[in-house]
Design a protein around this ligand. Structure first.
Ligand code: AMP
Length: 469
């Protein structure tokens, strides 16, 4: 059943924004949640990011706030009325951008605050007054302590990705923030799972919530070709590079379990000539947004990420997902591989399983309710590397200075190849950047007749992965 937005009788400025964004029918979470939020009930929603969850809470929330809309320049006339809390900076930024778009034709103001960047511009914006404040918990507490944010007129609070906030250890921060809010308010909690901890949080802070659950992706998409390769830890990088090369993959997500592992792997791949960027919590906000942008624009081939950093990012389809580490949580396996093979496109999901991962693979088998066959990966013969050079220093940085570990984020030095190792002349062809107006890989719509994803490029395109300027 499809539900049109016109059924909702949204106020004209909101309906116009929705129409301009090209939304025609509501997603299942929107069809279920919007009418409930419009009544002012508390909601406990089980929905992943990517389901249209932001509009599901933001549209009715803006609609209910319209009665406060005004054009006064006095900050006192624009107190915070709605607070949206999210676990990561990227998610906060993404949700804030969406809320700005939904509210663009209203006089309601919105702002976002998150850590990792200067507080001053955020403070200036808060001091002017905003009705909708999107925030990560830590930075919001900083602003509360600095008396930049006053929350005693909040009518709505959204705890988005609540399970992730608890995973990260934000419970004490959340408890403190919630203690500053009026008791009389509407609370909306969204979480991928309703774990006992989430239920406990809900029972403490929600009043008679309406529970809304949309289909959970606890099944793999049938369009995703999945492989589990048995690979020793120290062979995983080689395996990754080989599969990227053999499949001619233009772009891929590479998931790892730790921030440290993420940074290390990205650095190693980058040093080995793969066009790579990393997304993890220890990078500055600016670096993280730049990484994301570069990947979205197709300028970067591999995005190495942790689950927390990647969760909910609005990157719809990549040709392949690598689980460099088997995820600790089986549900993350489904989230991760859900990045590929979307909208009927075919996709590839490759998981590297080392000796110590047996239990984790068992958890995935239980979730998927099927047996997983471990495959052996046959390594291609190494390219000849010369007698002395072991290959690691085949690329020499011209004018290289400082610690090569800084390479990932530093401006890239010119490289030249020491021509002492025979190699395929193909790799000496210059890198051809995608056309400026080229659509990102995951937005490609044309599918070749053989039904292979349009995102899976023919083998020759592999040159794009190696920098040779
Ligand atoms: P979200 O789960 O809120 O992060 O939304 C994921 C993506 O779906 C965002 O890019 C939204 O702009 C888009 N989206 C949300 N609702 C709709 C809709 N009803 N129709 C089409 N796209 C939508």
């Amino acid at each position: 059943m499809t539900a049109s937005f016109s059924r909702l009788s949204l106020a004209e400025p909101l309906a116009r924004a929705v129409a301009e964004m090209g939304y025609e029918t509501m997603t299942p979470i929107q069809a279920e949640a919007i009418p409930v939020v419009l009544t002012g009930s508390d909601v406990m929603g089980a929905a992943q990011t990517g389901t249209g969850k932001t509009a599901a809470f933001a549209l009715p929330l803006l609609q209910r706030l319209l009665k406060h809309e005004n054009t006064s320049t006095s900050p006192a006339r624009h107190p915070v009325r709605a607070l949206v809390l999210l676990p990561t900076r990227e998610l906060a930024d993404q949700v804030a951008q969406q809320i700005k778009l939904y509210g663009q034709y209203t006089n309601l103001r919105s702002a976002v605050v998150f850590g990792g960047i200067d507080m001053k511009p955020q403070t200036a914006e808060l001091k002017k007054g905003v009705e909708v404040l999107v925030a990560t918990p830590g930075r919001l507490l900083d602003h509360i302590e600095a008396k930049n944010a006053v929350l005693n007129q909040v009518e709505y609070v959204v705890l988005d990705e609540a399970d992730r906030m608890l995973d990260i250890g934000f419970l004490p921060d959340l408890q403190r923030i919630l203690s500053y809010l009026p008791k009389q308010r509407t609370t909306l909690l969204f979480s991928a799972t309703f774990s006992p901890e989430i239920k406990r949080l809900a029972s403490s802070y929600l009043q008679n919530p309406v529970t809304i659950e949309v289909a959970r992706p606890n099944q793999e998409a049938s369009t995703v070709e999945q492989h589990f390769y048995s690979v020793a830890d120290d062979e995983k990088r080689r395996a990754l590079k080989q599969i990227v090369r053999q499949r001619g993959l233009a772009q891929a997500f590479v998931f790892v379990n730790s921030k440290l592992g993420c940074a290390r792997l990205a650095r190693s791949l980058e040093r080995e000539g793969m066009n790579t960027t990393a997304l993890h919590g220890d990078k500055t906000q600016d670096e993280r947004l730049k990484s994301l942008d570069a990947f979205k624009q197709g300028k970067v081939a591999l995005l190495v990420a942790t689950d927390v950093a990647a969760r909910g990012l609005d990157i719809k389809d990549v040709p392949a997902v690598f689980n460099f580490d088997v995820p600790f949580n089986a549900e993350d396996y489904v989230h991760r591989i859900g990045r590929t093979g979307r909208a009927g496109q075919s996709g590839l999901a490759v998981t590297f399983v080392s000796g110590s991962d047996t239990r984790l693979v068992g958890d995935i088998e239980k979730l998927l309710k099927r047996k997983i066959e471990l495959e052996a990966l046959e390594f291609e013969e190494d390219r000849p590397r010369g007698r002395i050079n072991d290959g690691r220093r085949a690329w020499r940085e011209v004018g290289e200075v400082g610690d090569p570990r800084d390479m990932l984020d530093a401006p890239r030095p010119q490289r030249e190849y020491r021509a002492h190792t025979p190699r395929d002349p193909f790799f000496d062809q210059p890198y051809q950047p995608p056309a400026a107006d080229a659509k990102p890989a995951w937005e490609a719509t044309v599918r070749p007749a053989n039904r292979v994803s349009a995102n899976i490029k023919p083998r020759r395109k592999v040159a794009a992965l190696f920098k040779s300027e």
